[in-house]
Design a protein around this ligand. Structure first.
Ligand code: FAD
Length: 666
């Protein structure tokens, strides 16, 4: 595979001048705003109603703009964000344990393996506290201490407790808060809500995003919508791997539509593999379940010390609770004494894989490790542990028929409870549509927020910081920055959708749907998607090599051919056709898969979630190459899906943080 050498063009990320701590503050003071009376003259399309989209739509409506808000679900509050379990970070320092905006900023940059844009992360840490105040004001029922103060717990990559939570349902409660604000704006007539509408294309007029073509998923008809600016908040691309912890409907089609129009796609290779998911148990599965990282506050991860015990576990001859304390290898505590079980996700996932690859896996497939609450239950009592994690224990029991809170054995006076079995799985995507400091993509008037942009997490996202970023973007950043763009647009009248650009866009979308319906092959969408997932996991998964990535690219080309010639979609285009909708998304997942592989092949280093086996230390840790890869890799579409994209580099500049090797040992 020829690597892309066309990498000379630097891009301007419009980071304001000045010391890092003043950048955002200065920015707010100097940017252009839209006069309140003019806001009602401006229309904004917001695609997505997850935490990023709902918070942005509600806030823009509240500010006076006319908002058109789209989602594919039957209600905005069914967006994938509702699945978020563990919590949301903020630098409130309520625990008085030494937290600060700087510390959250530092932890996030370090957690991202020094591949995030420093200024953006500082801004994120700075607005984190406002998010908590905003959500409390909306009535989000965060957990509280006995005395009434908001409670915190710890998440990976941090030595302070800064994660705010609502049991194991933080995303649901936050989304209900955003949704009630959104509803208020719908009622006020400032937001028009389009449920069960899927954006198929963005319409560009004179180089600016001016609208979208969306399919009404109930009638099957295509419809046109125009606006002065378009914001996409359409989530991540984890489902490229078929099996992931993401909701089944998560997809990357809106992002791919923007990419095909020239919006750069940044760092696609940075995919997060979460260490604590319920292991795969067969080939009929279409979904994996996350066991929240919050469980690692009290749960300890281990495998047997002796390979013989591991073999007996794999053969089903003994259970985890039969193995006494002294025969257990708490490998994270052993390898990373300073952070123990709360090392970041990429580190914990790789360590689990290393143990399982060496034969220490604890289930019949050899691909599982234990997450054990015995010590915590013995210390605090089952009631306290159930209070903290009750719904997660119930979820685990419902899926596996094992109750992790149940006493299973007593050896030498020590009580052992059923451990959970867990294994790493695809969970989150750090890469996404490239945006500048204002969250504007490389297409004017087109903005991207939440998981669908690349902005803040570098090569690895720390737990509880996706909700923080989505809500920072939606409540506090975009509503300011978009005005810089819109302040020049007040003289532009409302657009008509009867233009040649809308005609052409609709024709393109229609031709794509006609083409999918005309294949008349033999294979279902899911069977091809599953094959895509296998290729991605096998060759572009937790460990990557030059050879594996080249193989992946070859296999993905074959798979595209298979999709184009052997796909079968039942039914017609009229009315609801879920298979057609899935086929539309699968085409984009295949292109996305290739993009991930191209980026991974180009990045001859290991960092965060991107692990190239050729680049590791003697201890098996990721080895970065800051001299050659200290940049954001932005990929530009080259006119068709078959041709390799062009690499454009955005160099990173750090002024506050010293770039060094990540250390979680001391
Ligand atoms: C199981 C699980 C638990 C998690 N727990 C946590 C946690 O505890 N803390 C944390 O910080 N993060 C957590 N995360 C990550 C976090 O939930 C997500 O990153 C975040 O919710 C993404 O929000 P979003 O608004 O960007 O996108 P989403 O919530 O994915 O919303 C996307 C929206 O876009 C719409 N959409 C998509 N495509 C189209 C289209 N073509 N046309 C129209 N609409 C479209 C969808 O309908 C939806 O409304 C978790 C993730 C998972 C999977």
């Amino acid at each position: 595979m020829e690597e892309n050498k066309n990498n000379a063009q630097p891009i301007d990320s419009k980071i304001p001048e000045g010391p890092i701590a003043e950048k955002w503050t200065n920015y707010k003071a100097h940017q252009k705003l839209v006069n309140p009376a003019n806001k009602r003259k401006l229309d904004i399309i917001v695609v997505g109603t997850g935490l990023a989209g709902a918070s942005a739509a509600a806030t823009l409506g509240e500010m006076g703009f006319n908002v058109l808000n789209f989602c594919i679900q039957d209600s905005p509050r069914r967006a994938h964000s509702i699945a978020a379990q563990g919590g949301i970070n903020a630098a409130k320092n309520y625990q008085n344990d030494g937290d600060s905006v700087y510390r959250l900023f530092y932890d996030t940059v370090k957690g991202g393996d020094y591949r995030a844009r420093e200024a953006n992360v500082y801004r994120l840490a700075e607005v984190s506290n406002n998010i908590i105040d905003q959500c409390v004001a909306q009535g989000v029922p965060f957990a509280r201490e006995y005395g009434g103060l908001l409670a915190n717990r710890s998440f990976g990559g941090a030595q302070v407790s800064r994660t705010f939570y609502a049991k194991g349902q933080t995303g649901q409660q936050l989304l209900l808060g955003a949704y009630s604000s959104l509803n208020r704006m719908i009622h006020a007539g400032k937001v028009k809500s389009y449920n069960r509408y899927e954006m198929h294309d963005v319409v560009i007029i004179d180089g600016r995003a001016r609208g979208i073509i969306a399919k009404n998923l109930v009638t099957g008809k295509l419809e046109r919508f125009a606006a002065h600016a378009v914001v996409i908040a359409t989530g991540g691309y984890g489902n490229t791997y078929f099996l992931s912890t993401n909701a089944m409907g998560c997809n990357c089609s809106a992002a791919m539509a923007c990419y095909r129009h020239g919006a750069y796609f940044a760092n696609p290779a940075y995919v997060q593999i979460h260490p604590t998911c319920i292991p795969v148990h067969g080939d009929k599965q279409s979904k994996l379940t996350l066991m929240s990282e919050s469980l690692r506050n009290d749960g300890r991860i281990w495998v047997p010390k002796n390979i013989e015990d591991a073999k007996k576990l794999q053969a089903g001859q003994i259970k985890g609770s039969d193995i006494p304390e002294e025969e257990r290898d708490y490998y994270l505590e052993r390898r990373y004494p300073a952070f123990g079980n709360l090392v970041p996700r990429d580190v914990a996932s790789r360590a689990a894989k290393e143990r399982c690859d060496k034969g220490y896996g604890v289930n019949n497939t050899g691909k599982a490790v234990f997450l054990d609450f015995s010590e915590a239950i013995n210390r605090l009592g089952i009631d306290v542990i159930r209070q903290r994690y009750g719904n997660l224990f119930d979820m685990y029991e419902e899926i596996t028929d094992v109750n992790p809170g149940e006493l299973a054995n007593e050896i030498n006076g020590v009580k052992y409870y059923n451990p959970m079995m867990i294994y790493p799985a695809i969970h989150y995507t750090m890469g996404g549509i490239w945006v500048d400091y204002e969250l504007q993509t490389s297409i004017k008037g087109l903005f991207a927020i939440g998981e669908c942009n690349f902005s803040d997490h570098g090569a690895n996202r720390l737990g509880a910081s996706a909700l923080m970023q989505g809500l920072a973007d939606g409540y506090f950043v975009l509503p300011y920055t978009i005005q810089n763009y819109l302040s020049d647009q007040i003289t532009v009248p409302h657009f008509s959708t009867d233009s040649k650009e809308f005609d052409e866009a609709e024709k393109r979308v229609q031709a794509n749907l006609d083409n999918l319906m005309s294949i008349h092959g033999k294979r279902s969408v899911d069977s091809i998607h599953k094959e895509l997932g296998n290729v991605m996991w096998e060759y572009v998964g937790m460990a990557r090599t030059k050879e594996s990535l080249e193989t992946a690219l070859k296999k993905l080309k074959e798979l595209r051919k298979e999709f184009e010639t052997n796909l079968f979609i039942p039914g017609t285009q009229e009315g609801m056709n879920i298979e057609l909708d899935k086929a539309f998304r699968l085409r984009d997942f295949i292109t996305m898969g290739e993009l991930i592989a191209y980026d991974a092949l180009n990045r001859h280093e290991s960092c965060g979630g991107h692990f190239r086996e050729e680049h590791q230390t003697e201890e098996g840790e990721a080895k970065r190459d800051d001299e050659n890869f200290f940049y954001v890799a932005c990929w530009k579409y080259n006119g068709n899906d078959e041709t390799a994209p062009t690499l454009i580099k955005e160099p990173l500049h750090y002024e506050a943080i010293k770039v060094q090797t990540r250390n979680y040992k001391s």
